[in-house]
Design a binder for this molecule. Structure first.
Ligand SMILES: [Zn+2]
Length: 581
């Protein structure tokens, strides 16, 4: 080394030596925030700092959380300030079980949710048909059976009266039954001579003529004739779906089927900068199991999608059906019909082997299991996979868990299996109290949707909706988790009331628990420095109102990655004084 270079080095060392302590003690002013939300009641879902008043955001991340005084130093000349007017601010909600494309496409069709009379249905169908004169088919969803009492099934004539010239095809709210007008039946070639398809029924009147009601696979005869939505119609539907999700306070969804095949559409919106909702999208796997083609698709999606906006790497499968139709797999016979125990959709050995294979590949598994036999098999398979592969923290999930054997409840916590549940499925209406509960009898109905029991045994609960089966609006779900009563307060003491959750635990199941269920608790799920600024501001302080009022909650602002993606027309940020720094 030349002496000149040696001197230069000595000089540099001395500069470093003398300047380092000075840097450490002087604490230069932090870079100003892009946005400060102040004067808020912030419930953070962070056990270390439950409540705060103000939050600073830089880029898409949270830069500070604390009192107004603590956050104020981050205000610079260009910092925007929102005065929350003392409103409740929460982490944005995640819906852990959704069928997003299906729900979004439905938003572009006739919405029959909440219609309680034939006249109302006719009015909505006609209004839609008039507003969409170029739509070749009128499609919709959301009718319910009691409207058509006593048979419980609708008739084509009701639709013919309002739309005789174009095919009309409407799904029941549960997707199990369909309703076609005469034109749609004719286009599908369905008449009195058409035989019922396997696993389906063409409902007929006393003369043997089709009534327009179609059960299960019977609907496919008509649906297969309807044009499929085009790519641009699907993109437009997704935009509407995202707007609707943001409007009710969702910032992320976990897709449990029906979206994997449209990953490129989600990606197109992402590349255009149009995503306002984060997506975790599972591949839907049917028995008999993995094929090389399926593995290539799943692994390919995992590699291609791993950012903050779209993620692959999960697999959804179904072990059974539903209790109402005796298709949920039960350990013992149904109480109302001892000849039935339901049926597993998978051969148990094949399912266990498939789960072990997925687990060894580091893929997260979502298993739909509603009956206690299916829930047990799910737990067994996850336990077996962890033991065989020596894997840890895979966070495999069971979806729905409508009833479970008493011995299995503690296994969620013990095995680290996520309980992914949907509070509105436990809404104690007549279907729940008189059909669901009757079918499995009081003992098993006493272990209906055991949120609290699972949680008390250290299981993680993650909440969602199952949209479009029920609304994607989480607030009626929050109310149901707290009350286990209908809006009218039935049953008076609550349905299996010991399984109610506290408000704090319910919020966690939609935020930090949901983030954990998607392996995203480091960047999401609570309001903490360094996490993504995914936030919602509410019109009501949930901690100060009656649980029975929570379902009516409205979101005033939804923010994803520091950007406002929804602003209620009712929201006017109180004026803020700007200060020269
Ligand atoms: Zn589902």
């Amino acid at each position: 080394m030349s002496s000149g270079k040696a001197k230069l080095l000595a000089c540099l060392i001395s500069i470093l030596f003398f300047s380092l302590p000075a840097l450490a003690t002087s604490n230069p002013p932090a870079q100003p925030a892009d946005l400060i939300i102040t004067n808020a009641r912030i419930y953070t879902v962070n056990a270390e700092q439950k409540w705060a008043e103000a939050i600073a955001i830089r880029g898409d991340r949270i830069a500070a959380v604390g009192s107004r005084k603590e956050v104020e130093p981050l205000r610079g000349p260009a910092t925007k300030v929102i005065d929350a007017g003392g409103r409740l601010l929460l982490p944005g909600f995640t819906d852990c079980h959704i069928h997003f494309m299906e729900g979004s496409v439905n938003l572009t069709r006739v919405d029959l949710n909440g219609a309680t009379t034939v006249a109302e249905i006719q009015k909505r169908v006609k209004a839609y048909a008039d507003a969409h004169p170029h739509e070749l088919w009128i499609r919709g969803m959301g009718w319910t059976y009691p409207i058509f009492a006593p048979s419980g099934l609708p008739d084509k004539k009701i639709l013919d009266e309002v739309v005789p010239d174009r095919p009309v095809y409407l799904e029941a709210f549960d997707g199990h039954s369909k309703w076609a007008n005469s034109k749609a039946l004719a286009m599908a070639g369905i008449d009195r001579n058409t035989p019922d398809p396997p696993n389906g029924q063409i409902v007929r009147d006393a003369n043997g003529d089709p009534t327009g009601a179609l059960k299960e696979a019977g609907g496919e005869l008509v649906a297969s004739k309807a044009p499929k939505p085009t790519r641009s119609q699907r993109l437009e539907a997704l935009r509407r779906g995202m707007r609707e999700a943001n409007r009710v306070g969702l910032v992320r969804v976990h897709s449990a089927g029906g979206d994997f095949e449209y990953l490129d559409l989600y990606n197109e919106l992402h590349k255009r900068g149009e995503l306002t909702l984060r997506f975790y999208i599972a591949y839907f796997l049917d028995p008999p199991g993995l094929t090389p083609d399926a593995i290539a698709k799943i692994e390919g999606a995992r590699r291609a999608y791993q950012g903050d906006w779209i993620e692959g790497g999960a697999v959804k499968t179904m072990l059974d059906g539903v209790i109402e139709s005796h298709t949920a797999a039960m350990l013992a016979p149904y109480s109302d019909d001892p000849s039935q125990t339901g049926k597993l959709f998978w051969d148990p050995d094949k399912y266990r082997a498939t789960v072990a294979d997925l687990d060894a590949r580091g893929l997260q598994v979502f298993t739909h299991a509603i009956g206690d036999k299916a829930v047990r098999l799910g737990l067994d398979a996850y336990q077996n996979a962890a033991e065989t592969n020596r894997t840890h923290d895979a966070r495999h999930r069971i979806e729905h868990i409508e009833t479970s054997a008493a011995d299995d409840i503690a296994r969620f916590g013990k095995l680290g299996v996520i309980a992914s549940m949907q509070p509105l499925h436990a809404y104690p209406d007549d279907d729940t109290l008189y059909v669901w509960a009757r079918n499995i009898g009081p003992d098993r109905a006493g272990r209906a949707w055991v949120w609290r029991s699972i949680e008390q045994k250290n299981g993680v609960i993650a909440f969602g909706s199952d949209w479009p089966v029920v609304t994607l609006n989480p607030w009626p779900g929050v109310q149901t988790a707290l009350t286990r009563q209908t809006d009218e307060g039935n049953p008076p003491g609550g349905f299996v009331p010991r399984e109610r959750l506290s408000l704090e635990d319910t919020i966690r199941a939609y935020t930090l628990g949901a983030a954990f269920a998607g392996h995203r608790e480091k960047p999401e799920g609570s309001i903490e420095v360094g996490k993504l600024a995914d936030l919602i501001l509410l019109d009501h302080d949930l901690f100060k109102i009656e649980p029975s009022e929570i379902g009516k909650t409205k979101v005033l602002l939804t923010m994803v990655g520091g950007k406002i993606v929804y602003e209620s027309p009712r929201w006017k940020s109180p004026p803020t004084k700007t200060r020269k720094p």
